[in-house]
Design a protein around this ligand. Structure first.
Ligand SMILES: Cc1ncc(COP(=O)(O)O)c(C=O)c1O
Length: 398
């Protein structure tokens, strides 16, 4: 058989999507699985977005648009960034893409040469390292754990910088940990970064979902603005995962380079989705944050009652990332008397799916093999059932 490229062979499929596929297969076979694996809001897309999309179709707004997105949308995003984030960008400093995932890939393709290093705090969102590798860069992990609430320190950043360091990735609020950096912590990181020629990729896609501290963008620090790519999108805030709209704000020369790249790959994001995004802006309903907070408090308290589980209370996004290394070595007894030793957290997640009918994502793909990720973007009723199943499962561990 003919070979695939080294690039294609080096890539692993998204673990979040593959656990989702296993879950769906189990559901299709009639099993009632509670799915806590997907990073997708359970709220509906706002009507304003859907109606704008329908109007776009009816008006035959169904042709190619400007590669970087329609001017109206880029202007509306600039207004949003100014009003909500105190960030000043013109429409020419914004590019709209088919999801923030594409925005990130465009950035890596635009700034990385082979062997360039990107500082990547762990635990990280699964696609960052794979995208960096696809662009022939090297992800350099900055390890964090529960002891610092999963936050990197300025000293850690300074120690990791080499003459190959091209960029650092910041993701606050974070997927998978829910960690949110305070303005003071962001400033302390900026103080170090400002001394070096390093780009900052600031993935702010969960910015609206914070509970105890407010989101703060590193691009609002004047010295950082011209080296920062602010990444955001409509998937999480507006429950618009399927519409595929993300964007980047950065200095114009960087946006132009990304636009050239995008012009030869996907060209513009869907014309209809762009109109939907325009309809969505400004409609974020803050009551969703209250709802997420209730769910977070419920699931964190349920997890804290399980022996062998350690759980930091997240301050943002809609994930918890418990540590489960305390469960390794324990034995699961099945109703038929079979006993199975749990040898890793990956295996624990498999047993949770097959025996407790709970779908969660193992931390390995996030660079944290002792943890697993629960998404609480599901109803409180589902979380209550999940908590019961977890308790029963843990009751059968020796
Ligand atoms: C941290 C983070 N960044 C970016 C994305 C990509 O979002 P989308 O491509 O749906 O806009 C996700 C989606 O899960 C995410 O969790």
């Amino acid at each position: 058989m003919l070979d695939l490229s080294k690039r294609a062979r080096a890539i692993s499929p998204s673990p979040t999507l593959s656990i989702d596929a296993k879950t769906k297969a189990l559901v299709a076979s009639g099993v009632d699985v509670i799915n806590l694996s997907v990073g997708e809001p359970d709220f509906a897309t706002p009507d304003q977005a859907s109606l704008a999309a329908i109007a776009a179709i009816t008006a035959h707004f169904t042709k190619y648009t400007a590669v970087s997105g329609i001017l109206e949308l880029r202007q509306a995003i600039a207004k949003k960034l100014f009003e909500e984030n105190e960030l000043k960008y013109t429409a020419n400093e914004i590019i709209v893409s088919s999801g923030a995932k594409q925005s990130l890939y465009n950035i890596f393709m635009t700034i990385l040469d082979p062997q360039d290093e990107v500082l990547l705090p762990t635990p990280y969102w699964v696609s960052y390292p794979e995208q960096i590798r696809l662009c022939e860069g090297i992800p350099v992990p900055l390890f964090t754990d529960e002891s610092t609430q999963f936050k990197i320190t300025p000293e850690q950043v300074e120690r990791a910088i080499t003459n190959k360091t091209k960029a650092i990735l910041l993701n606050s609020p974070s997927n998978p940990t829910g960690t949110v950096y305070t303005p003071e912590e962001i400033q302390a990181l900026a103080d170090v970064l400002a001394r070096y020629e390093i780009y900052v990729i600031s993935d702010e896609i969960y910015e609206q979902l914070t509970y105890d501290v407010s989101h703060y963008s590193i691009a609002s620090i004047p010295v950082m603005r011209d080296r920062t790519f602010v990444v955001n999108g409509f998937s999480k805030t507006f429950a618009m995962t399927g519409w595929r709209v993300g964007y980047v704000a950065a200095p114009e020369h960087l946006i132009q380079a990304m636009s050239s790249f995008q012009s030869h790959t996907t060209a513009n994001p869907s014309s209809i989705s762009q109109k939907a995004a325009l309809g969505a802006l400004g409609t974020f309903d803050r009551s969703t944050v209250t709802e997420y907070r209730k769910r977070r408090d419920f699931i964190v308290s349920a997890l804290s009652r399980l022996e062998g589980i350690e759980c930091v209370k997240p301050e943002g996004a809609f994930y918890v990332f418990p540590k489960a290394s305390g469960v390794i070595g324990r034995k699961l007894t099945r109703p038929n008397g079979e006993k199975h030793v749990i040898e890793s957290v990956d295996q624990l997640c498999e047993y949770l799916l097959t025996d407790a009918h709970l779908s969660v994502v193992p931390g390995t793909g996030f660079g944290a093999p002792n943890n697993f990720r629960i998404s609480y973007a599901t109803s409180l009723t589902n979380l209550e059932i999940a908590a019961d199943r977890l308790r029963t499962f843990f009751d059968h561990l020796e």
